[in-house]
Design a protein around this ligand. Structure first.
Ligand SMILES: NC(=O)c1ccc[n+]([C@@H]2O[C@H](COP(=O)([O-])OP(=O)(O)OC[C@H]3O[C@@H](n4cnc5c(N)ncnc54)[C@H](O)[C@@H]3O)[C@@H](O)[C@H]2O)c1
Ligand SMILES: C[N+](C)(C)CC=O
Length: 505
């Protein structure tokens, strides 16, 4: 599909229609692969947040919730399935917009759109199944009481999302929130909002009841912060950096508002000496160079058994040299640009600090010579790293892998856990018992064995430590948006008998 000459000019999606932002301001959209400004998005502020939250509240309570929050799950499932069908119809177009907005290879963006559609379909099924799970009985130790559990939508939820998988990360929240019967205000990242705005168009096309999903674009401080602090937002689900996550948590604590936080990572990949080196190298590359390393769970710390370290690194460099780095719209591109000039500068600073701290840039570390414009960075492999180096400790969020060697399984686990983060970890070895031991020992929410990064909508996703808490995807993702109510009934004809009845005189 050819690049459109202009991207669609959208307003904020509030109450089922498009609105200009209250202050009339817009933010430029820059294609990071060309540095050209290709359009703009609305810059929402607190006034718009007010309107969006109010639209979501109206939609939650409209007609006593008959059309949405208390409607049968099958009703909501119908809308989710219709959204999935539209995403599939528009897959090529949405993938193109995602690539123009974020710099990710078109093949990756197309894969993301398939995952988006699959996620809406999956939560449509869970919405349908929810009714059958209501009134689950609780077994009690007293015969004169009966108890059951109702699962009710939490209410109006604020969904704040990042730029690395713009529509997919939004969908991981929107689909389960809507399936649960919540109504929502989505605030995507100001760095990549185009496909999320298109989701608004899709909601209008399929006739989603007005206000069920509202989409406001804009800066974190101007649109995200008022959403997080809004007293009529019942929960905040956030994906983004640990720093912003801390701020959201502080704000939410003032109202004892529940939050779920999917934050950053610095995940390890441990490779033992009994592996097929080329197969393991490919997983190491996929683990840290896919999406230009802008992946929360990127296995950006590579731990190599000393017996294979030299051979592994030789092959890693050879494979890294063969990656096609190009305009992300070119066929076969496997490394596009990073998302923005700011991100480019940040990654370059990490690389120069690593050099200053005594690490070796074994490969990469610069702009590819054949690309004069755009925010491109070579796949970068850093060795001679110390555990006190910034490159070992901090999330880069770029195509940069740092390497350390180990001798024993115990040392590998110690190095793997030497981080404040706890999102993911991976181990590659032909000894499956060892892999099982290591999966238990790694302090993270996700462990991959003999691979890195595969992600399935059916399986729980989320981290420990400073990578956040709460789980998305699977049944856990739906539970994020449901509140559990106990209903207990006294079912004996006899008086309870705790107090003596007063005299009848
Ligand atoms: N754990 C996961 O599943 C997961 C997935 C994707 C990305 N991430 C993490 O996201 C980060 C990259 O994303 P980013 O740069 O967009 O993160 P970010 O924290 O800068 O921004 C995330 C979102 O928060 C908004 N925001 C910023 N300041 C805010 C404030 N004060 N109040 C409310 N909202 C505010 C932004 O506008 C954006 O929509 C990385 O750390 C990455 O690891 C985590
Ligand atoms: C979850 N994932 C890998 C799709 C995106 C994380 O940044």
């Amino acid at each position: 599909m050819a690049a459109p000459s202009a991207i669609p000019r959208r307003g904020l999606f509030i109450g089922g229609g498009w609105r200009e932002p209250s202050l009339g301001r817009r933010l430029p959209v820059v294609n990071p692969a060309t540095e050209a400004t290709i359009g703009d998005i609305p810059a929402a502020t607190a006034e718009d947040v007010e309107l969006a939250v109010s639209a979501a509240r109206d939609a939650f309570g409209r007609d006593g919730g008959r059309h949405w929050s208390r409607a049968p799950g099958a009703v909501r499932a119908k809308y989710l399935k219709a959204i999935a069908a539209k995403i599939k119809d528009k897959k090529s177009y949405l993938a193109l917009l995602e690539t123009l907005d974020s710099g990710k290879p078109l093949d990756e963006a197309a894969g993301d759109m398939e995952d988006v559609a699959a996620c809406f379909e999956y939560y449509a099924d869970l919405a349908e199944a929810l009714d059958g799970k209501q009134r689950a009985p609780i077994s009690l130790p007293m015969e004169n009481f009966e108890s059951y559990v109702l699962k009710e939508p939490i209410g109006v939820v604020g969904l704040i999302t990042p730029w690395n998988y713009p529509l997919l990360m939004a969908t991981w929240k929107v689909a389960p929130a809507l399936a649960a019967g919540c109504t929502a205000v989505l605030k995507p990242s100001e760095l990549a909002s185009l496909t999320c705005l298109e989701l608004g168009g899709i909601c209008a096309e399929i006739g989603l009841p007005p206000g069920v999903l509202n989409i406001i674009t804009g800066l974190g401080t101007e649109a995200g912060a008022p959403l997080a602090s809004h007293p009529h937002v019942d929960k905040i689900a956030f994906t983004g950096s640990t720093e912003t996550g801390k701020r959201i948590m502080i704000t939410a604590s003032q109202m004892v508002k529940p939050v779920s936080l999917e934050l950053g990572g610095k995940s390890p990949l441990i490779v033992f000496d009994d592996v097929d080196i080329d197969k393991a190298v490919e997983w190491a590359m996929f683990g840290c160079f896919a999406n230009a390393g802008q992946v929360c769970s990127a296995t950006s710390r590579l731990l190599l058994h000393e017996k294979i370290a030299k051979r592994f690194l030789d092959r890693l460099v050879a494979w890294a040299k063969s990656i096609k780095i190009s305009d992300p719209l070119e066929e076969g591109c496997r490394l596009g640009s990073v998302v923005s000039e700011g991100q480019y500068q940040k990654i370059m600073k990490f690389i120069s600090t690593a050099r200053c701290e005594g690490a070796t840039i074994l490969y990469g570390g610069a702009r590819p010579q054949h690309l004069k414009r755009g925010f491109f960075i070579e796949p970068t492999i850093i060795t001679n790293v110390s555990t006190s180096n910034q490159i070992w400790r901090e999330e880069v969020f770029g195509p940069v892998i740092c390497v350390k060697e180990f001798r024993t399984e115990r040392e590998a686990v110690e190095l793997a856990n030497d981080t404040h983060y706890g999102l993911a970890g991976a181990v590659i070895s032909n000894d499956l018992e060892r892999c099982e031991r290591i999966s238990k020992a790694i302090q993270s929410g996700i462990v991959w064995i003999n691979c890195s990064q595969p992600c399935f909508v059916q399986a729980p996703w989320g981290g420990n430590k400073r990578s956040g808490f709460g789980r998305e995807l699977g049944q856990w993702g739906l539970d994020n948006y449901l509140s559990v109510k106990q209903v207990t009934k006294y079912c004996s004809d006899e008086p309870y008998g705790w107090y003596r009845p007063p005299s009848k005189l």
